[in-house]
Ligand binder design. Structure first.
Ligand SMILES: Cc1ncc(COP(=O)(O)OP(=O)(O)O)c(N)n1
Ligand code: 3NM
Ligand code: MG
Length: 211
């Protein structure tokens, strides 16, 4: 079985909120979240650098696993715990530079072929999406559903995995039953009427990740 060729992450990353501001990062760290991602879209590096570095500093202060989406050069510069990249990003990002800087790497996948591509890069974890319909991001593919997710988890064996896409509090138990090590969520927390209660309940279900 293929092993990561990047610094490893715990096999179970637990609850993994994906948020778009330093304010959310701080709130979630204070709520006990240990794996999280700063996902700011479509801005220039100069526009996001102060937020990226502030989020990384907070992650360090709370001893958390903070991934930066897309902005891998800033993540290296400010020594993030890790970077999350999509399939297209794999074509342009300098993976050797990310590895040599000691950052973990997560890669998005949406079908078997994308899993082949991700495995060739041997990242720290593989994200599997989108499990259910999502309002958060326009997806070119159809939702994979639980059966397909379970098939991917079986294929990937011990490889650290993250499920994403349309995961609500109600759906989380069935997703976790597939054996996936982590559930990444956006709207289940950021659009919740009571985000603190939602976070506490999701943490109860998924855990904060292994040490
Ligand atoms: C945990 C996790 N999984 C998947 C994604 C999606 O990443 P990507 O394909 O790069 O798309 P954008 O998030 O950049 O729109 C993610 N961010 N996190
Ligand atoms: C950012 C993102 N990436 C996805 C993928 O499948 O790669 S799904 C997604 C959005 C997830 O948001 P929500 O939890 O609100 O559905
Ligand atoms: Mg991306």
């Amino acid at each position: 079985m293929v092993q990561p060729n990047f610094p490893t992450v715990p096999q179970r990353l637990g609850l993994y909120p994906v948020v778009d501001s330093v304010e959310w990062i701080e709130r979630l760290l204070k709520a006990g979240v240990k794996t999280l991602q700063l996902r700011i879209k479509d801005k220039r590096d100069e526009e996001v650098e102060s937020d990226v570095s502030a989020a990384i500093e907070l992650g360090r202060r709370f001893d958390a696993r903070l991934f930066i989406n897309d902005y891998w050069q800033l993540a290296i510069k400010h020594q993030a715990y890790g970077v999350h990249l999509g399939q297209e990003d794999l074509e342009t990002a300098d993976l050797n530079a990310i590895r040599e800087a000691g950052l973990r790497l997560g890669v998005s996948t949406h079908d078997d072929m994308e899993i082949d591509v991700a495995l060739a890069a041997r990242p720290s974890y593989i994200a599997l999406g989108h499990v259910f319909p999502t309002q958060t991001k326009q997806m070119p593919s159809a939702p994979q559903g639980l059966a397909q997710l379970a098939r991917h988890i079986t294929r990937l064996g011990d490889y650290p995995t993250v499920a994403i896409g349309g995961i609500s509090l109600e759906r989380a138990p069935a997703v976790l039953e597939t054996g996936v090590g982590s559930i990444a969520v956006v709207s289940a927390i950021t659009q919740a009427t009571d985000w603190q209660a939602a976070t506490a309940q999701l943490l109860q279900l998924a855990g904060a990740g292994d040490e």
